[in-house]
Design a protein around this ligand. Structure first.
Ligand code: SF4
Length: 319
């Protein structure tokens, strides 16, 4: 069911695709990424260490010195790769402005690609796990709103769901703000995202509501920047059972006048089961979707919250 034309472009550390680019001539193929996410994402691979000419296989490198501005050196030779790596990273990452991606998956622990808790060695040779790879540092600096995750963290179902929601949302946001957008397009975009935002951050949801209500007071470019920042920030907050229950009850509110007493009791019971974590989110959602279809409640039926990513990913079967 691969849809070449519609797959979302996502940057990735090359070794995660199974390509033998690691210092030891091996790879770190992640089957979930290639076999499952690969159905929906078109991966743009980058291996910064090969790109700067380190070769494969090669001497391993590590970070040392100041955690904010570490040096990258060969483990045995001490050869300093910091400047070539920083120069390459600046230039390669800048290219994403003309070939945009909507997300990025990085290899954990790498002195080039690691996003967090990368070892940085002190002058005494003691490592602290509080650094970030040089390439990852530049990526995050240039694209602070881009959804970025490490492959290791994608094993956590909540982090995985959150990342994938953000990638799809970021992609829609980029499509909205492509060349010229109209105020009406943004209002429509915001309307269908309301419950998704509420499920992630009620506070940002309120702020975005005010911003959109005042849309005429802002120039389009200012509106784009302010809306994008707050929208992506909202989605970085993880959903919780409590926040989802709140949204489910809001949706139920729109259905109430259509439902029979039996149907109402049925839905309330399933929401309660979800609240007690006896069933996953997909259960009350499926039931609500059924009644929204049955009674043709268009406003809610179009909410992205009901389908923020393809159901085949089964992300809501576990949260
Ligand atoms: S972690 Fe990054 S630098 Fe290391 S092999 Fe993988 S892609 Fe290359």
């Amino acid at each position: 069911m691969t849809q070449e034309k519609t797959r979302i472009k996502v940057g990735i550390s090359t070794c995660l695709l199974g390509q033998k680019v690691r210092f030891d001539g091996g790879h770190k193929h992640d089957r979930y990424i290639t076999d499952i996410l690969g159905e929906y994402f078109e991966f743009i691979p980058v291996c910064p260490e090969v790109a700067v000419g380190m070769g494969t296989p090669r001497e391993a490198v590590r970070l040392q010195g100041d955690v904010e501005v570490p040096r990258m050196v060969g483990v045995r030779s001490g050869k300093d790769w910091t400047d070539p790596m920083n120069d390459y990273s600046r230039k390669r990452v800048k290219l994403f402005r003309i070939q945009p991606v909507s997300g990025y998956i990085l290899k954990k622990d790498s002195p080039s690609c690691g996003m967090e808790r990368v070892r940085v060695y002190s002058t005494t040779g003691m490592p602290a796990r509080n650094g970030r790879g040089l390439y990852a540092m530049e990526l995050i600096k240039q694209y602070p709103l881009l959804p970025i995750e490490e492959e290791g963290r994608l094993n956590d179902v909540k982090l995985r769901e959150n990342f994938i929601v953000r990638v799809f949302a970021y992609d829609r946001l980029q499509n909205l703000f492509n060349d010229s957008y109209k105020r009406g397009d943004l209002v429509k975009f915001h309307t269908v995202h309301k419950y998704l935002l509420l499920a992630h951050s009620p506070e940002c949801y309120k702020q975005l509501g005010k911003l959109v209500a005042d849309i005429k007071k802002h120039a389009p470019a200012e509106m784009r920047d302010r809306y994008s920042e707050l929208f992506i920030t909202a989605l970085t907050y993880k959903t919780t059972t409590r926040k989802n229950v709140n949204v489910l009850q809001h949706i139920l509110g729109f259905l109430k006048k259509h439902l029979t007493d039996f149907e109402k009791r049925d839905i309330l019971r399933v929401i309660e089961d979800y609240h007690k974590e006896m069933v996953p989110l997909i259960v009350p959602l499926t039931l609500l979707r059924h009644y929204l279809e049955k009674y043709e409640v268009a406003y809610i039926r179009d909410q992205v919250y009901l389908n923020p990513h393809p159901k085949e990913l089964m992300l809501r079967n576990h949260v």
